[in-house]
Structure formats: C-alpha cells, structure tokens
Design a protein around this ligand. Structure first.
Ligand code: T1G
Length: 679
C-alpha cells in the first residue's frame, strides 16, 4: 500500500487546506503532530495564504495515538499536543476545522484551538478520555467550557460521550453543519480574514455561577465510588478553568494529565483498547469465503443464542435439532427473546420482523444442505459431536465451513470424522451467546487459514470479540479459569469460607466470586465432567466440590449449592455445606492473600498456555479473561496485572506457596523473570 504522507496541503486560492491523512482514523501520533505543525507554520509564513482549513481524510481525528503513551517516550512529549494547539492560538491567520467522521479527544481539542469549526451532519464529536482512565490533556478542559458553557462541558467531559453535529451546533461547538465541510470551511475562513473571531482562549466562560457548578460536580464525584480518578482530575482542571487565567489553568490541566496518564488504571484502559483490537487482527488471507447463510445444529440454550447472534448480523439461519419439540421450543424461545428486545426498545419491530423472516428451522441435518456455515451446538459429548460431523459431511457442500461450539473437547478428534477437516474450526461462544462478546476461535490441526479467517470474520460481523486459540484442554479461558477455581477449592480446605473468598475477590474487582459462578453455572456440570474424565484422582482439591455433586447441591438450579437460595433468589449460607466444611480448619487467611492466590493462579496457568502456544500472546489471554470470565477491565487482565505487580515479586510469592502447600502447581517454570512494561 503506497505510504500516504501523514499530512497533505493544497491551496484553494488564498486558502491553505491541510488534510490529515494517517489511516485508519487520523490519530495524532508524534509524526502527525509534527507534520501538522510544519504545515501550519508554512501557511502562517506564506504571504499568499490568508487563512487555513484543517481537514482529515475520512475522519477528522480520533485523537492521541493510544499506543504512543506506553511506547517508552510516550509521556515525554504530551506537550506536543499543547504545542500544536498552542501554536494555533498564536497564528495571525484564521483557521477553520472541517470535521467529518470523528473528532475525538485530541482531535476535538485540535478543532477547539481553531478559530471556528464546521462539521458534516454525520460527524461525531467528543472527549472520551475519562472513559480511558485519564482526562483531556490538550486544552479540552479549558476551551470546551468557553465554547459550550460550563454545564455542557461538565456533561461531555465527565461522561466522555460523543455527540452529533446537530447537538454540537446547538451547544455552540460548531459554527455550521454542512454536507461539504471543506467547502463550507473554506468560505468561512475567507469571511474570517476580514471579520476575525476571538479565539476560545480569549472568551470568558459565560456562566457567572460556573464555579458553583464545578464544585457541585466535585462533591457528587467525591460521594460516588464509581467516579474515576480521571473524572476527579478533569473536575479539578475545570475548576482551574473557572477560577484562573487561561495559561495558568492550562498548566494545571497538563500537570493533572501527565500524572494520570501513567497511573495503572489509565495504562490498563489503553492496553484494553488496543488488545481487544489486536486480538482480531489476522495475517491477510486469500479467498476468505463469505457467509450469508448458516445452520445451527442443536436448539438448546447455546444453539438459540448463537442463532440469535447470527440473525442480528442479518445472516439467514436454520435452527436444526433431532426432535421437533425441541426445534419448536427453540424457535419460541428465540421469538420471545426478540419480542423482549422490542419491548425494551432495544430493537425495532421492523428489525425483529426482518430477523424472523430469515429464520427457519427443521428436523434433520439435511436442512443444513445449503448453508455456507454450520455451527454445531449439541450435547458436550465427543461421540455425539463426531456423529454429527460425520453425518454433516454427507449433507453439506464441500466448501461449507463446519464449526463446533465445543468448550472442552479435542477439535481434532471431531474434525477427523468430517470429509473436509480443513474446513472444520472451533467457535466457542460464551453463554448467553447472543450477549457475550467473546468467541474463542479454535484453529484445528487441519483447519485451513481461509477457514480460520472466515470464522474470525463471521465473529466480527456478529460484533463479537474473536480470539484465536490452538487446540488444547479447555483452550484458553476454561483452562486458566479452572486453576483459579481449584485455588478457591484449596482455600476451603484451609478453613476459609466460600463467602469470604467470594467477597474478597468481588471487592478486588472480579464480576462474581468463584462460588457464586459455580452455583450459577451448576455444580453438576463440572462434577459430571470430572467423573467423565475419570475423577479427580489424587488431586484432593475437588473432593468438596464432588461432595456437592453427590448430594445434589447443584446451585441455583437446585436451590442450594455453595449457598442456599430463597424463593426470592436471595443467597445465604448453606447449612449443610457449613457442616461439611466444619472439619476443615487452618490459620486465618487475609482477603489480600486470597486474592493473590486466586489471581496469580490465573497467571501461572496463563504462562503454561503461552508456553504451549495455545494462545498467541499474553494480550490475547487478557482479552479472553476480561471479556469472558469477569476479570476487571480496569486492571487490564491477569498478565497485565502481574506485569504491574512485577515478576520478581510474583516469583517470590509462587515459591512461597510452593514451599507452604507443597502443591506442584506453584511453578515458576514458564513465568518471565522481569516485566516488559517496566516504567
Ligand atoms: N489510538 C490508537 N489507535 C487507534 C485509536 C487511538 N486513539 N483509535 C482507533 N485506533 C485504531 C484501532 O486500534 C484500530 O486499529 C483502528 O484504529 C480502527 O479502530 C490528548 C490524550 C475512532 C470511533 O478515545 O473510539 O486524545 O485494528 O476498530 O470501530 O486529550 O476507534 O485497524 O489496527 O475502533 O470504526 C482519545 C478511540 C484518545 C478514540 C473508530 N480518542 N477510538 O471506531 O474502528 S486520548 C479516543 C475510537 C486523547 C488527548 C487525549 C474508535 C473510533 P486496527 P476501531 P471503529
């Protein structure tokens, strides 16, 4: 692909039109900022130029390059954003931003430093920094209130939400909305040559009670445990905006921004943003087949969810099962789900009808004959799945992709029964499959690159988050999560209660404690899986969990498990379990120790998953654990958390637990010795 210059400039008479051309979204990385500054200086010093329009190819700008911050020098030059916006403040010639696509973060701050702004009706504008754990750092907290007033500025900066051009114009953020933003900006620039407008930095903030508004917002944030450090710092910068001269307040903003940008929460947010997108990036593959029709085999919970996800992407679906009652029940459940979405205004009636129109069903695999993609979601039993793939091979086209939703079985053993194993792939959805974004796309030994790419492409079309896994027990997520659950089981044997373990991990940030998860999923599932695999053998970790299975304490579905459930769904201690646990005692273990043991168990198994090359990168593992297993995004992921903790300390803790418990699981064999992201 030809290398585009990052910034191009052309002349329209006496107007210099400077266009950012840094695909895909014109991020303002260091080269772009430098090139833009050079072009602005050139225009300023060119006597033939009387005004400047700044535009962007496809998008105005998505703001700072989030990858730059953690690239070593990242924070060395945050001021270059300010140098750019500061230079615009000093230019004698009018500058007009011509906005199309997005103007976000530093992109909007660049536009705010221009004399005026014009946007296409479809443009989106916003300062999302507080959603990324930090705050605007190139004058946004100072110029936005001067453009739209303190109340709207508080709303936009605290929420980080994007607004339409129409809303932006109403707020006073834009001088005009025009389907030809560059043309309109060029005309406006000409008008400004003879009728200059005061720059935002020279405008007062209109609201006389601005300080009271900011202080009220600060008090609310102080009371709100969910208010992030970024929001609180942005409010401090806004307080400076309403109480100090522009340049002093700008210096405050920079100080708060630089301090925040290096904080774990901001680093984790940037890491999560980039990792989620890196996970789906595959090497370019030729001849990736398109999927417009699909068949789902199995009308149970998973099959229904998968079918709904396919419908939502306008992929025709045939829901198939061996039994007409199950098929009808599946269709009825799916229809009810779509009706509920309409009732909750999440879906229009038209969209629901359009989806139902491309949904069909039937008994017998021959109904899958014309499908481009078949996703098997039958009972998690190897023989059953092998029979399905063997039978499908006689029905489908030779180029049909066959995907198994298996969560734990060896895909290669399934693929062996297919006529074209090169077209067999795993697509492990997470329940509920129409809601959960994560899909583990399993790359079987015979899976062709085009088949793998097609599965990733379908997952992205379903607005899912596909992560490629190689074949291995439990692939990535289940394998790692099992060791976390095992650690919780072992803590029970050391006298810790399920309630303390759940509470400690939930306070730390896990969406749900391990025992609440087990009761939700059903203790019978893992109990039967262990029995099918020949039992836990010498591993005493599962003895208590097996006892729950033997007693029928399956969890929510049976009314009692690790907790006892009331008819109103409330959960309390299970007295039968309390009696069973009474014989397990030990010294008091702190919440912190519980968290370290369980979270670092994730890290140890992640190190083995990496060593076995089941996952391509540690970032992929973090993407799986955050998007499929309730690991807190604000901590980045297990591996990111261990990096921040420091591998030397991790190694020390693991060795201590090995000595203390004698458990060979505590191995440092695959752990790094030092952290990569040391800063
Ligand atoms: N930095 C680095 N890469 C970015 C990026 C960014 N800000 N925005 C997008 N990308 C990459 C992304 O990784 C993906 O890469 C490709 O662009 C398409 O993105 C100084 C400090 C703009 C609405 O928070 O919200 O400015 O996979 O898949 O769904 O105060 O990207 O193609 O290789 O998301 O069409 C503030 C973040 C930064 C905007 C487009 N800005 N980006 O969505 O595509 S902080 C943001 C988005 C800042 C200042 C502060 C979205 C989008 P690849 P995509 P999309």
């Amino acid at each position: 692909m030809p290398h585009h210059p990052v910034v191009e400039s052309v002349r329209s008479g006496d107007i210099s039109i400077i266009t950012l051309s840094n695909p895909p979204v014109n991020t303002l990385g260091r080269p772009a900022r430098r090139a833009l500054l050079v072009e602005l200086e050139r225009a300023e010093n060119d006597e033939a130029v009387s005004a400047v329009v700044i535009a962007g190819r496809n998008n105005f700008s998505a703001g700072a390059d989030l990858a730059e911050f953690d690239s070593g020098e990242g924070l060395a030059e945050p001021t270059l954003h300010l140098t750019l916006t500061g230079y615009l403040d000093t230019m004698t010639k009018p500058t007009v931003a011509a906005i199309d696509g997005v103007a976000l973060g530093g992109g909007l701050e660049l536009a705010l430093a221009c004399s005026a702004r014009v946007a296409h009706p479809r443009a989106k504008l916003g300062l999302p920094e507080t959603t990324l754990g930090f705050m605007p750092g190139a004058g946004g907290t100072q110029r936005l209130p001067r453009a739209v007033g303190i109340e709207a500025a508080l709303d936009l900066i605290v929420t980080g939400r994007s607004i339409s051009s129409a809303e932006a114009e109403t707020l006073g953020l834009l001088e005009a909305v025009d389907p030809d933003p560059v043309g309109a900006a060029t005309q406006l620039a000409r008008r400004l040559v003879s009728a200059a407008k005061p720059r935002l930095r020279d405008r007062a903030i209109a609201e006389p009670l601005a300080e009271a508004f900011v202080d009220s917002a600060k008090r609310f944030a102080a009371r709100n445990p969910k208010a992030s450090a970024g929001v609180k710092a942005a409010l401090e910068a806004l307080r400076s905006a309403v109480t100090k001269p522009f340049d002093e307040a700008l210096a405050d903003e920079l100080e708060f921004f630089v301090r925040l940008a290096g904080e774990p929460e901001a680093r984790a947010a940037r890491y999560r943003f980039l990792s989620d997108r890196a996970a789906v990036r595959l090497r370019p593959v030729e001849n990736v087949p398109d999927v417009t029709t699909a068949a789902v085999i199995g009308a149970g919970t998973m099959g229904r969810g998968i079918a709904l996800a396919l419908l939502s992407a306008s992929i025709e679906v045939t829901l198939i099962d061996t039994d007409a009652d199950r098929v009808n029940a599946g269709i009825a459940a799916m229809t009810a789900d779509l009706d509920r979405a309409v009732a909750r205004m999440r879906l229009t009636e038209g969209d629901r009808d359009a989806q139902l129109k491309i949904l069909s069903s039937g008994v017998g695999l021959e109904k899958a004959a014309s499908a481009d993609l078949v996703i098997e979601a039958v009972f998690e039993n190897l023989d059953v799945k092998r029979d399905v793939f063997r039978a499908l091979s006689d029905v489908v086209r030779p180029d049909t992709i066959l995907a198994s939703n298996t969560s734990s079985l060896d895909l290669n053993l399934i693929a062996q029964t297919a006529a074209h194993p090169e077209r067999v792939v795993g697509m492990h959805f997470f329940s509920p499959a129409n809601i959960m974004r994560l899909v583990e796309v399993v790359d079987g030994g015979d899976t062709s690159p085009a088949t793998l790419a097609a599965a990733v492409k379908v997952a992205k079309r379903l607005r899912k988050l596909p992560v490629v896994a190689q074949v291995g027990p439990g692939f990535i997520g289940n394998r790692i999560f099992d060791q976390y659950i095992r650690q919780a089981q072992l803590l029970l044997r050391e006298g810790v209660s399920p309630q303390q373990i759940d509470s400690a991990l939930e306070r730390w940030g896990m969406a749900m404690g391990p025992f609440r998860v087990l009761d939700l999923v059903g203790n019978d599932i893992s109990w039967m899986a262990r029995k099918a695999a020949g039992g836990a053998g010498e591993d005493v970790a599962w003895q208590i969990a097996d006892a729950l299975g033997e007693n029928g304490w399956f969890g929510r579905k049976s009314g009692s498990g690790w907790y006892r459930y009331g008819d109103d769904g409330s959960a309390g201690p299970n007295p039968d379990l309390t009696e069973l646990l009474a014989s397990f005692t030990g010294p008091q273990i702190s919440d912190d120790e519980i968290v370290r043991r369980c979270i670092l168990a994730l890290v140890i198994e992640a190190s083995h998953v990496l060593a076995d090359r089941v996952a391509a990168t540690s970032a992929d593992i973090d993407t799986v654990m955050v998007n499929g297993y309730g690991f807190p995004a604000r901590r980045g992921g297990p591996w990111f958390f261990a990096e921040l903790t420091g591998w030397e300390l991790v190694q020390l803790l693991v060795k201590r637990w090995r000595e203390r418990t004698g458990d060979s699981f505590w191995s440092t064999a695959d752990l790094p010795l030092t952290e990569k992201n040391a800063s």
